[in-house]
Design a protein around this ligand. Structure first.
Ligand code: AI9
Length: 362
């Protein structure tokens, strides 16, 4: 195997833990001695050992004089675990390949300096683009202290998310809906508007055959119209946070609040997406899946408050002037004012196509 193959293996292990490590990054490690892989590791959960520690433990004596391939610069500060740079030095590693540097300005380059000072050879930039892409959410969160937002929509070919009657079950295929549950597992929180709660009474939980993590449920409900019997209030499957406006009924707030349900009353009567994202960032929520509906999509898009957009498009035409469009609101008055994106990925899921896009980079 060449150096790139070893780093690809490390990247594949990093991505396997997607959704588990928040608010830490995804990291994968491979240790190679005389052409043999003698240790591998990934970071699996915040507060547990880093990827380097797992790999060094697996390598044991073989780590001495070996090469290590790390997808992110080894940490050099005492966090919840001892610094990985020190562990690499103590293990007697000879050479370190690093794919991407730590984005935290306080830390960037410190690990590399420590390693070089100890006489260890350090090469950076191997598959850097892939490694940076993989940790986009983490880098965004470190920089902005707000969650990396992915808007998800399931639409017909003519861009509807429901018929004029409000009916929407189901537009996309079972395979797409399962893919959405994988997305939910990979996100710290999922957000819908009160209209979706009233219309669909969703559970918003992750229901994959193999299990998975339930994202925290975020409901935007300016006038606290949420029905008392709503699933997100009664199933106690995972925490639900409701953001409501300053005029919301305080008796109802008290009535629905409990260990599973928290109501956050904002100072304004129009819920500001910015305020919600700041509060979610303060709660260390690193990734947010916005699952609609149409007006919520419009709010996030109009405020450019999203980093990625995933549309599942079914080969169906719903039609109808009154049918619900994927993005509501008042929309662009001129095409030239449309929100410019760039496609990241397009692939088939079941009978649908899954389109990933992001705001066009300047
Ligand atoms: N109508 C469709 C969707 N509809 C998505 C709506 O948000 C719907 O209320 C929730 O997905 C329901 O959540 P839960 O299953 O109760 O956890 N989403 C999809 O991916 N395809 C569709 O066809």
């Amino acid at each position: 195997m060449q150096e790139e193959e070893y780093m690809k293996l490390a990247l594949s292990m990093a991505i396997a833990a997607k959704g588990q490590t928040s608010p830490n990054p995804l990291v994968g490690v491979v240790i190679v001695k005389d052409g043999f892989i003698v240790g591998t590791g990934a970071h699996f959960k915040a507060g547990t050992p880093h990827a380097e520690i797992h790999a060094i433990q697996a390598a044991g004596e073989q780590a001495f004089g070996a090469d290590i391939f790390v997808t992110l610069e080894p940490c050099s500060h005492f966090g919840q675990t001892a610094p990985c740079a020190d562990a690499i030095i103590q293990a007697g590693i000879k050479r370190v390949y690093i794919a991407s540097l730590d984005p935290n300005p306080l830390v960037a380059g410190k690990g590399i300096k420590k390693l070089r000072k100890a006489g260890i050879e350090v090469e950076t930039g191997l598959l850097e683009k892939e490694a940076v892409e993989l940790n986009q959410p983490f880098f965004h969160f470190i920089k902005n202290k707000q969650p990396f937002v992915t808007i998800k929509a399931a639409t017909s070919l003519d861009g509807k998310i429901a018929a004029a009657t409000g009916d929407s079950k189901w537009i996309t295929s079972p395979e797409s809906r399962r893919d959405v549950h994988q997305l939910r597992h990979e996100h710290d929180a999922i957000l819908v508007g009160i209209h979706t709660i009233i219309q669909d009474n969703p559970r918003l939980t992750t229901r994959l055959p193999q299990g998975g993590k339930n994202p925290i449920r975020i409901i935007l409900d300016t006038h606290l119209r949420i029905p008392l019997e709503a699933n997100v209030l009664t199933d106690q499957a995972v925490k639900t946070i409701i953001y409501t406006g300053k005029d919301a009924d305080s008796d109802k707030m008290r009535k629905i609040s409990n260990e599973f349900v928290e109501v956050v009353q904002l100072v304004s009567n129009v819920i500001s997406i910015e305020d919600v994202l700041k509060d979610l960032g303060d709660r260390n929520i690193m990734t947010l899946l916005v699952e609609g509906g149409s007006e919520i999509h419009a709010s996030f898009i109009e405020e450019n408050a999203f980093q990625q957009l995933i549309f599942y498009m079914a080969p169906k035409i719903i039609g109808g002037k009154q049918a619900i469009p994927c993005v509501g609101g008042s929309g662009a008055q001129l095409v030239e004012q449309a929100n410019e994106l760039e496609f990241i990925d397009v692939n088939q899921v079941g009978s649908d196509i899954k389109i990933a896009a992001r705001p066009r980079r300047k």
